[in-house]
Design a protein around this ligand. Structure first.
Ligand SMILES: [Zn+2]
Length: 252
């Protein structure tokens, strides 16, 4: 065997050894890279669902009959700029003192901050959270809570149905209020929450409405959502909020 052939055979042997290694190595490198990128891209913050399967409050926690209103519906106009004359952007539930509020879905707690109204010596708080419906982020707000559960802190993940806190805004001697709001993607003023709850909760919602009391008429409200938010009044009441408005607001 001459020197030239010897070199050729050695380089063939080396190629036979290293080429498959390079192919296998390359395959694993790109495969794993792709996998990592995919898991970063598609991993939702919390488990996604198609509807909220848990109601934020329990039927047995409502006073029967209510002291004030039981339920103040979404969209219902108040009498002044201080009480949503533009339309109420969520639901107010009047509950027995000490009643808890619950995670409507798997939640990521985003922010816990002070509420606007403070009464007495107990600070009233707001829990802001993210939920995923059909792989889209929904913003959920529980306004006016007290005695927040120790595990409910900013950044925590809470399972659907777990208690978050107690309803906290005092309405009467034996009733407290919690405001619950749902903000679908690109909606900065809040939508009728009823559309996002599972059909199995329709009966609960109907019973809450039947037990509600319209202060003006003395009769129950017709629905959990009555009308929409008035755009002009909203702009007048919240000029600062206009810059945060997205494209899917529930205005009329
Ligand atoms: Zn409210």
């Amino acid at each position: 065997m001459d020197e030239k052939n010897k070199k050729l055979i050695i380089s063939l042997i080396l190629t036979a050894i290293f080429l498959p290694l390079a192919i296998i190595g390359g395959y694993f490198y790109f495969f794993q890279k792709e996998n990592t990128e995919e898991s970063v891209k598609e991993q939702p913050l919390v488990k996604t669902a198609s509807k909220f399967e848990v109601f934020p409050v329990r039927l047995e926690d409502f006073l029967r009959p209510p002291k004030m209103y039981g339920l103040w519906p979404y969209g219902m106009r108040g009498n002044s700029a201080d009480s949503h004359n533009e339309g109420h952007p969520g639901w107010d539930f009047e509950l027995k003192k000490g009643s808890k509020v619950y995670a409507v879905a798997d939640l990521l707690i985003q922010q816990i901050h002070s509420g606007d109204h403070q009464e007495g010596d107990q600070e009233i708080m707001v829990i802001e959270a993210n939920a995923e419906l059909n792989n889209e982020g929904f913003h959920i707000t529980y306004h006016s809570v007290i005695n927040i559960e120790p595990s409910v802190v900013e950044g925590a993940k809470v399972k659907a149905g777990e208690p978050l806190a107690e309803a906290g805004y005092p309405l009467s001697e034996n009733s407290v209020m919690i405001h619950f709001g749902v903000f679908p993607p690109n909606d900065s003023i809040g939508s009728c929450p009823a559309d996002y709850f599972s059909d199995s909760l329709k009966d609960t919602i109907n019973q809450i409405v039947a037990n509600s009391l319209d202060i003006k008429t003395g009769k129950p409200y017709e629905s959990v959502c009555v009308g929409k938010i008035d755009k002009e009044l909203y702009y007048k009441n919240y000029p600062e909020n206009i810059k945060y408005l997205g494209g899917a607001e529930q205005f009329e």
